[in-house]
Design a binder for this molecule. Sequence first.
Ligand SMILES: Nc1ncnc2c1ncn2[C@@H]1O[C@H](COP(=O)(O)OP(=O)(O)OP(=O)(O)O)[C@@H](O)[C@H]1O
Length: 276
Amino acid sequence: MFMRDAVSILNLTKILDGRPILNDVSFALRTGTITALLGPNGAGKTTLLGCLLGLLAPDAGDMTLLGEPTERLSPATRSRIGFVPQSLTGLGWFHVQELLTYVASYRDRPEDREDPVWMQWAALAPQARIRSLSGGERQRLAIVLAMRFSPDLIFLDEPIASLDPQARYDFMRLLPGYVRRRNATVLISSHILSDLEAFCDRYLILDRGTLLMDVEAEALGTRYRRLPAHAAAASGGREVIAAADGSVWIDGHAGDTEAEPSLPASIEHLFLALTR
Ligand SMILES: Nc1ncnc2c1ncn2[C@@H]1O[C@H](COP(=O)(O)OP(=O)(O)OP(=O)(O)O)[C@@H](O)[C@H]1O
């Protein structure tokens, strides 16, 4: 782990009902970066976030958040971490403003000022009962709860799926702007790969509990290229994966030739090739 890493995970293993859900997962997140955590349904993304946040006890592995071991996070460090769960359940009897006040009372950093931008974005009525909120409104509230005190480290588990197009569009502009200003660190899980492409620095692809690939966004199309199968062998690069669509991913970009230009190399193409 480097000092500039906001998160480090070393050899994380989690077993549930006798089945390994996470197998020896290791990675670190550099401070000030946005990383996407990708994987098919059941890959282990939520389990990984649960272990990182101390909601689940790992069977093996060491994890640190903002320089502290996850099992001994100080209250002040906890207050610097925001978490948007896949769904906000329970708490139905609270009004929106009541819940915001209640959750804030558990914080250990009274000096932090509330950033009004998230409540403005969410456009929720303060007196609305939580149980009367729609799925998308609950998602907005979860984002407000996680973001309003300007966290330095943010975990988001599928935060945008139920947002309407306008809210999603605005959120996808607000989040990266916030991260760059604050030098915050984000790990975001989502199935909407085209949305993530606009702002992620890096992608982690998890499948059946194993980290299949850890790739910088800028390496797609530079270090890694996608070629038609017949051109791949002659490319001089190392084959990473042969996709079911007949294309082959090569590590080692020798530059496009007019005769054999690279095929489009998006994270969606790579994800589909790896997890088929
Ligand atoms: N409490 C539990 N007991 C046993 N198995 C569990 C438990 N919770 C989750 N699992 C299993 O762990 C695996 C990973 O689940 P997880 O929720 O982490 O996946 P995910 O990648 O977040 O999926 P999705 O994209 O559908 O949200 C799944 O096969 C799931 O059935």
